[in-house]
Design a protein around this ligand. Structure first.
Ligand SMILES: CC(C)(COP(=O)(O)OP(=O)(O)OC[C@H]1O[C@@H](n2cnc3c(N)ncnc32)[C@H](O)[C@@H]1OP(=O)(O)O)[C@@H](O)C(=O)NCCC(=O)NCCS
Length: 449
């Protein structure tokens, strides 16, 4: 470092080459063509979502914030996905990374993101600002031929194949944080689609069709409806521009049903290995139809890799135990606005709790202080202040959590783990049991960023 450090949003007047050079020096050669990278960068800059650190005139660090909605208990929350965090080799170890991430956190807070998530290459810097491990990114590998003959439904159950797990419409848009222009991300129910043939050849009458860039908003709505129906914790939906860019790529193939979507491509040369970026369905017939598309490639595709939830139904549909699941990486969560995060997520409908919490958040001091967490009928509220203890209740005091402990609890990490890791104090065993019941989850993500 030679001069004073300036941290600000990258503007269209800044040279895009400086960012590409920094990225190359931090992460190695680009894996995408220049045109794609420029289009992507333009979108981040236009959105004020690329933050840079300058030493005098030289760009020495940067990070981007992906505008995402993350689904928790089947409800969507505005989430800033942090990616591409990097500092020039000659400027490392001098506080640039921490200063940059401090500003990124402040920007996300100002923009109204309730949550932030990131995949850490190194955890220390993020922990020091309140992120903590809260979920995983999983990938399954399945032999192509295993998918060709999935198990039939239990014949004693009547007609389960027609059973949909779609919820009643609830008008829960999970919109962008205030201050950002809407991008036409309705999050609502997809309109019914007229049948246009069945490219998978598996289910006559199934309304399944090839998706094009014009379907971006419908793809987002369908994926959101699947996450809502399944009360998923962790997966994300993106903005329409990002999804349009994905579908427009010549190496991306997508098929859309009224209640499901598959997006895939090939890995390496030829079609021997398939990469299924996402395959999500809200009903058994649609799940079979979408896997049918993948299976129809089995004559040439030996291996199918798929981003997946650990409990995806495909694990219960192959005839043999052919699916090998691996944790590709943990992601860390930062609860930026605890009150909005609690009010905006879903909870198990059976959970009925009221627990005093003391939050201690030095980097976002407005979050600090005594609170009462109340959960009932699938919804939660975090109110400032403590309720009066009932007569005769133990004087154990509130459960004390820093931002890391609160993020991990939000992600379903049991209280015993938090206490043994030094991330929770106060309270008592009864409060722990109530919190464990309310937050129980195995969060996953299908995106990589
Ligand atoms: C990781 C990176 C962004 C950190 O930037 P930096 O300017 O060197 O970080 P700082 O000097 O602000 O250090 C912040 C803290 O993180 C620690 N830290 C920094 N880099 C670290 C590393 N690679 N491993 C472990 N700890 C690290 C520092 O010791 C410091 O800890 P302290 O606050 O307790 O003293 C930078 O090293 C980098 O660009 N690395 C290559 C790309 C990369 O891995 N990016 C992360 C993607 S998630």
């Amino acid at each position: 470092m030679t001069g004073s450090l300036t941290i600000r949003q990258v503007t269209p007047d800044d040279d895009p080459e400086a960012e590409f050079d920094l990225r190359h020096r931090a992460f190695g050669p680009a894996t995408r063509d220049r045109e794609t990278m420029l289009a992507e960068q333009h979108a981040f800059v236009a959105d004020g979502a690329l933050i840079g650190a300058w030493d005098g005139q030289a760009l020495v660090g940067s990070a981007r914030v992906h505008d995402m909605r993350q689904w928790w208990g089947g409800r969507a929350l505005p989430m800033g996905g942090v990616g591409g965090v990097k500092v020039a080799p000659e400027a490392r170890g001098q506080g640039v990374g921490r200063a940059l991430m401090t500003e990124v956190l402040a920007v996300m807070s100002r923009r109204g993101y309730a949550l932030s998530a990131l995949y850490p290459a190194t955890a220390h810097i993020y922990r020091s600002l309140g992120w903590e491990i809260a979920g995983g990114g999983y990938r399954a590998t399945i032999p192509g031929r295993s998918l060709g003959s999935l198990l039939a439904a239990d014949p004693n159950l009547g007609e389960p194949a027609s059973a949909s797990v779609r919820p009643e419409p609830r008008g829960d848009p999970g919109g962008r944080p205030p201050g950002l222009a809407p991008r036409g991300d309705p999050g609502g129910r997809p309109p019914g689609l007229a049948p246009r043939g069945d490219p998978g050849g598996r289910l006559p009458g199934m309304a399944l069709r090839r998706a094009g860039p014009q379907d971006a908003e419908e793809v987002i709505a369908v994926l959101g409806a699947v996450h809502e129906a399944a009360r998923h914790c962790g997966p994300c939906t993106r903005d329409a521009g990002t999804v349009r860019r994905w579908i427009s790529r010549p190496d991306f193939f997508g098929y859309l049903a009224p209640d499901g979507f598959v997006g895939y491509g090939w890995r390496g040369d030829g079609a021997r290995e398939m990469m299924v970026h996402t395959l999500q369905a809200a009903s058994a017939p649609t799940a079979r139809a979408l896997w049918g598309i993948v299976a129809s490639h089995a004559s040439v595709t030996e291996v199918v890799h798929v981003n997946i939830a650990p409990q995806d139904p495909i694990g219960w549909l192959t005839r043999e135990e052919d699916l090998s699941l691996r944790l590709r990486g943990n992601w860390m969560l930062r609860v930026i606005d605890p009150r909005a995060a609690i009010a905006g997520r879903g909870f198990p409908v059976g959970a009925q709790i009221s627990v005093p919490l003391e939050l201690i958040d030095p980097d976002l001091p407005a979050n600090s202080g005594p609170h009462t967490l109340t959960v009932g009928d699938g919804r939660g509220y975090l109110l400032s202040g403590l309720t009066e203890p009932a007569p005769g209740s133990p004087a154990s005091g509130p459960v004390r959590l820093g931002p890391r402990g609160f993020a991990a609890l939000f992600g379903g990490v049991p209280m015993t783990t938090l206490r043994l890791a030094g991330l929770a104090a106060g309270g008592d065993a009864h409060a722990d049991a109530l919190l464990d019941g309310a937050f129980a989850a195995q969060p996953f993500m299908l995106d990589w960023f």
